[in-house]
Unconditional design. Structure first.
Length: 298
């Protein structure tokens, strides 16, 4: 069983071309929708009384949401960000933690023996508290971002020491270690405990570090980019979903998981919020997987 913990958000995303307000987002949302293309996925997290019924329905239709708490007193986590014309660099305008701030870790009994746990970007202390509630997960992967690296760096490092794999983007990896070389960042990540580290470089692809070796992988070439929000989470969800489906994480499987991460990330950016991601089917995934084989063979 795969369980994913993280934020379920209402996002306001501003680009020079379009703005979407209070649309469905959040790290656990993107990651679990993405992962559900590979294995049945359970969502763990909290939303507020303002969470739209239509979004709840969308989640319910593809995920096990017994671990989703709905607060009757507080509002849903809200994230407001803007992108410039290159749609690459994001500026955070507002982070309203709301329900996240006082979340009390709890998991349904049926989730306790989850073999696969993905700790999507969230408060590292809450991530560690949630992790303690699982009996003996075989594989735990975590993600994090600038907000937590800046505000709770020591806890981020403590969290990294408790996982088997870590996934984060290039800027965050550099910020975490105050280091500008991503190969060094990958090495530093792994030296803190995880068996493998994945660094995402957006349109420049991604890097896997495993057993003292580096494996760079190009991004899927997509000509449509509307909203990069959630690309990293969709990547992480697919990576974890694929590893859970395969039930192994040797080098070959990890490389294939990276390909699937890139594929789902490429879908996520093609429309606003989860619009595209939630409408992808196995045939779409297969087609991009085949394309990757052509790209990587010469
Ligand atoms: P990314 O994959 O990095 O683009 O993640 C985007 C998602 O992260 C958005 O849908 C936000 O709701 C969510 N998010 C933004 N800030 C935070 C934060 N500090 N903690 C957890 N989730 C966040």
């Amino acid at each position: 069983m795969l369980t994913i913990f993280g934020t379920i958000a209402l996002d306001t995303t501003r680009t020079p071309f379009h703005t979407v307000e209070r649309t469905l987002g959040g790290t656990a949302t993107f990651a679990s929708i993405s992962a559900s293309n590979y294995v049945p996925t359970s969502l763990l997290g909290i939303v507020g009384h303002d969470f739209p019924a239509a979004y709840l329905e969308l989640l319910k239709n593809r995920l096990d949401i017994r671990g989703l708490t709905i607060s009757q007193t507080e509002k849903t986590f809200h994230y407001d960000s803007s992108f410039g014309y290159d749609l690459a660099k994001r500026t955070t305008n507002k982070t309203e933690l709301n329900v996240i701030a006082n979340y009390q870790s709890t998991i349904p009994d049926d989730y306790v023996d989850s073999e696969y746990v993905y700790l999507a970007n969230n408060d590292p202390v809450q991530n560690m508290n949630i992790l303690k509630l699982f009996s003996a997960p075989k594989l735990v992967i975590c993600d994090t971002m600038d907000f937590w690296i800046v505000n709770k760096r020591d806890d981020v490092i403590k969290m990294i020491k408790k996982v088997d794999g870590i996934m984060l983007n290039e800027t965050e990896a550099k910020l975490l270690f105050k280091e500008n070389n991503i190969l060094k960042c990958a090495r530093l990540l792994a030296s803190n405990g995880p068996a493998f580290a994945v660094i995402n470089k957006g349109e420049n692809g991604s890097l896997l570090f495993h057993n003292d070796e580096f494996f760079p992988i190009p991004a899927y070439p997509t000509e449509i980019i509307k909203d990069p929000t959630g690309a990293g989470d969709s990547f992480g969800g697919a990576l974890m979903g694929y590893l859970s489906q395969q039930e192994k994480w040797d080098l070959k499987t990890l490389k294939n998981a990276m390909i699937h991460g890139n594929i789902m990330g490429s879908f996520a950016i093609e429309d606003y919020g989860v619009e595209k991601l939630a409408n992808v089917n196995s045939e779409d995934i297969q087609k991009r997987n085949q394309k990757y084989k052509e790209i990587l063979t010469f």
